[in-house]
Write a protein that binds this ligand. Structure first.
Ligand code: IPE
Ligand code: IPE
Ligand code: MG
Length: 246
């Protein structure tokens, strides 16, 4: 597998297993060019193709992309419609590449809130790539960290009520098992483009100890070179998880 991440001669390169990305700045990219926001989303779709391809080649095992939040439903209907159309187009145009490159597609978020044609396309793509195991691409769609945690609470409460779970056994591990990401390790690295210093309801639980990288680059301008630079920067971070430095 091709890798253009600089090697550390002492220890070898520490690649994150799971990279998460808040793909932000499509609207501003379009505005700067006096274009409709939808043009920014269209251009953003090219950056999605780029990061999926690059991650697979570099050897990232899980890539989670924040594509649509629970709060994004408050956007104008026309923008939402355009985003859903783009998503459907992405799923059909990229399916063969996902299959050829052994990439599994998975959805995290409220599938039931998506338009039925989009949900049907998602289910088809997920089923056709279910056995792929080189990389898992998680698309966060109608995803919100708070809604996810509330859903987990409800699922656990139901089990307590049915006598299947004892209150004393409600641990962080048990909560984690009831999230969309039950079988996915927490991301080591979270990238946000467009320079906003906030998490915007993304992976609230899972990002407890994630290394954050905020870049001013707008998502449609995000390149493979910058991605590789962030990955090598990640190598220099010292992750302590609350422990004392020794
Ligand atoms: C990110 O770009 C894409 C989605 C949230 C769907 P934005 O549309 O939020 O772009 P800005 O933040 O307005 O520039
Ligand atoms: C976060 O971006 C959601 C996605 C990238 C899908 P937003 O543009 O919705 O976040 P805010 O409004 O700037 O916090
Ligand atoms: Mg935004």
């Amino acid at each position: 597998m091709k890798s253009d991440v600089p090697e550390n001669p002492e220890t070898g390169l520490q690649l994150p297993v799971h990279v998460a990305v808040i793909m932000d700045g499509n609207g501003r990219w379009a505005k700067k060019r006096m274009l409709n926001r939808v043009k920014g989303h269209e251009k953003g779709a090219d950056a999605v193709r780029m990061i999926v391809r690059a991650s697979r080649e570099i050897g990232i095992r899980y890539l989670t992309l924040f594509a649509f939040s629970t709060e994004n439903w408050q956007r104008p209907k026309a923008e939402i419609k355009a985003l859903m159309t783009l998503l459907k187009r992405f799923l059909t145009s990229e399916k063969q590449e996902m299959i050829d490159n052994n990439i599994r597609i998975n959805i995290i978020g409220q599938m039931e809130r998506l338009p039925s044609d989009v949900a049907a396309q998602l289910k088809e793509t997920m089923a056709e790539t279910a056995a792929n195991d080189a990389m898992q691409l998680n698309l966060a769609l109608s995803y919100g960290g708070r809604a996810e945690i509330a859903m987990a609470c409800a699922a656990i409460a139901r089990k307590v009520k049915d006598g299947a779970v004892d209150i004393a056994s409600i641990t962080p591990e048990l909560v984690a098992q009831h999230l969309y990401t039950a079988d996915i390790p927490d991301p080591e690295l979270l990238i946000r483009t467009s320079g906003e210093y906030r998490i915007s309801n993304f992976l609230l639980w899972q990002a407890a100890y994630t290394e954050l990288f905020i870049t001013p680059t707008l998502w449609p301008d995000f390149t493979r070179e910058e991605f590789v630079a962030i990955l090598s920067e990640y190598n220099k971070r010292e992750r302590r998880f609350g422990r004392a430095d020794d």
